[in-house]
Unconditional design. Structure first.
Length: 96
């Protein structure tokens, strides 16, 4: 098992010391950058809110993105299943 490394994570004007696996560092840093960028985007679009509001908006956006990805995966599975059924019907018809 690899040793954990310490990382300073900044989110919403707060700094957090977290420990992560070295192989997760790139993903964590990209996620933190996405969070930072989304906070800035929401600050620009919705002026006058406090940081907790922006973090809540980012959390809602992130959760929605994750669920949309899951839903898209389910839709692809359903489509693949339907295409397999159609393929079988065509094969059966051609065999005649």
């Amino acid at each position: 098992m690899s040793e954990l490394i310490a990382l300073s994570a900044v989110a919403g004007d707060r700094s957090y010391r977290i420990k992560i696996r070295p192989e997760d560092e790139e993903v964590v840093r990209k996620t933190l950058k996405t969070i930072h960028d989304k906070i800035l985007e929401f600050k620009t679009r919705f002026a006058g809110k406090d940081m907790q509001d922006y973090i809540s908006m980012v959390l809602l956006w992130y959760a929605t993105e994750q669920n949309a990805g899951i839903a898209a995966g389910i839709e692809r599975e359903n489509l693949a299943e339907q295409l397999n059924i159609l393929e079988k019907l065509i094969d059966d018809h051609l065999k005649g």
